[in-house]
Design a protein around this ligand. Structure first.
Ligand code: SF4
Length: 67
């Protein structure tokens, strides 16, 4: 299973990822993504949405890593 990794040095809190991956991410008060379970595990059913989020992140701050 893949896990979502956020590069906090690149993320600027635009929030595209939280819209695409509501099941995995929520937003803090400043718009930065928060991983709901603290782990970022991506179930197979959300793999496509996770890849979209990675591709659409304007800061290239997201990637999927093997768990
Ligand atoms: S889309 Fe990218 S830059 Fe925007 S909040 Fe998500 S990780 Fe950060």
């Amino acid at each position: 299973m893949n896990r979502l990794h956020i590069d906090w040095t690149a993320c600027d809190g635009r929030g595209v990822c939280t819209e695409l991956l509501e099941e995995v991410l929520t937003e803090d008060d400043w718009g930065f993504p928060v991983i709901r379970d603290g782990q970022g595990a991506i179930p197979p059913a959300l793999e496509g949405a996770a890849r979209q989020a990675v591709d659409r992140c304007p800061m290239l701050a997201l990637r999927l890593v093997q768990k």
